[in-house]
Design a protein around this ligand. Structure first.
Ligand code: ATP
Length: 370
């Protein structure tokens, strides 16, 4: 029996509120002392679990889950303060597939304290990047410091959607200065690719690029980092999810039943990787007739609800289909007063509330404003 076995057992546990005990660094470490064949396990948990003391029923759920493992003689739950380190090291939520110890997901100092919201989809074209960008901008409008990381290395589209075009610049510490648009810091492969040429790197290079994005970027302590994940459940999506500490994940689907089935798989994968599904965003949910206001369900109905039911979560937003505004469209942002824009304002309010980030929390400390 080793730490990985215990983490694997804990990955399966769901708490009463549907959340995952490994989310948000709630579980800090697992210590095992072997006495002959008998294992005595201590689970170190964050004493400030979700901003309060760890609920007794959650502690008991963890204890029972580990106690049920063969060879476990005792389980102690030990609340302790969250460690303060230069880089934030969160014990890996899920063991690396294929063995090895759970990955240690270390973050650079400039991302310390940030909450991560990953936007995932089962397949391309459902509007994952559109949701990432519009949500990020709506969160920034609420007064939060927001960064967006375009993790879709092959299919990057975030800068275009947010209306940014620039070459990377370095600061005095030779860190890459993120792009900045509509109140959001943006980091994307797009900044490093000439003339929209395709990225042809293989896996190891991609992993390196992501690490570089994280560690060689001059981050400014965002409150929230929105991650536009690669679509699907393949190696690329897996690699990215493994690099980050437990995150809240939004699953994007259209109302179409096929998109919904693959979206479910994306959600299940996120949970297996130790992340927590915050909810579902049904994009292109309907189209409102501009004359009579009647809703037309061009892509069918029920996809979002089906994904939410399968993942034990809720539909947090239904974003209508919205034709591009008249005139030359320079980005993929919906104006706040449009039907889609209003849906994003509501989604941002919900996400901020779920993260416990209200505007006062987000007030910028002196010297940090940009
Ligand atoms: N609610 C909407 N109404 C109208 N157009 C939309 C809506 N959502 C997204 N789109 C448009 O659909 C197209 C695909 O969206 P997007 O690039 O966000 O999809 P994606 O899921 O990220 O795709 P991929 O993973 O292949 O990059 C874009 O042109 C985007 O502007």
């Amino acid at each position: 029996m080793n730490k990985r076995d215990v983490l694997q057992q804990l990955v399966r546990v769901r708490l009463d509120d549907g959340s995952h005990p490994l989310a948000d660094g709630r579980i800090q470490d697992v210590l095992i002392e072997m006495h002959g064949e008998r294992a005595h396990v201590a689970i170190l948990i964050d004493e400030n679990w979700d901003g309060g003391s760890p609920p007794a029923d959650a502690q008991e759920r963890l204890r029972q889950a580990v106690l049920a493992m063969p060879g476990v003689a005792s389980v102690r739950i030990v609340p302790r303060p969250r460690p303060r380190a230069r880089g934030v090291t969160v014990p890996g939520a899920a063991p690396a597939p294929g063995g090895g110890d759970a990955p240690t997901r270390t973050l650079p100092e400039g991302l310390q304290g940030a909450r991560f919201v990953a936007v995932a989809s089962g397949k391309g074209g459902v509007g994952k990047s559109s949701v990432s960008v519009n949500l990020a901008v709506a969160l920034a409008r609420r007064g939060l410091r927001v960064a967006i990381l375009d993790c879709d290395i092959y299919g990057f589209s975030v800068p275009a959607l947010i209306g940014l075009e620039r070459s990377p610049a370095l600061d005095d510490n030779r860190k890459v200065i993120p792009g900045h648009g509509h109140g959001v810091d943006v980091m994307s492969m797009d900044f490093f690719v000439q003339n929209n040429s395709p990225v042809v790197w293989r896996g190891p290079m991609l992993g390196k690029a992501l690490r570089q994005f994280l560690f060689d970027t001059a981050w400014h302590h965002p409150d929230v980092v929105v991650l536009d994940l690669p679509p699907g459940t393949g190696d690329m999506a897996l690699d990215v999810q493994q690099q980050f500490p437990p995150m809240d994940v939004l699953i994007v689907t259209t109302p179409d039943p096929f998109a919904a089935r693959v979206a479910e798989r994306a959600g299940s994968m996120a949970v297996k990787m130790g992340h927590r599904v915050m909810g579902v965003v049904e994009n292109m949910a309907y189209r409102e007739c501009s004359g009579c206001g009647r809703r037309e369900y061009l892509l069918g109905r029920g996809g979002g609800d089906a994904v939410a039911a399968a993942l034990g979560t809720q539909v947090l937003a239904r974003i209508p289909m919205e034709p591009p505004p008249p005139g030359l469209r320079t980005d993929g942002l919906f104006p706040p007063a449009s039907a889609a824009g209003r849906a994003y304002e509501e989604l941002a309010a919900t996400v901020a509330a779920r993260l416990g980030l209200n505007r006062q929390d987000a007030a910028r400390p002196a010297g940090r404003s940009r």
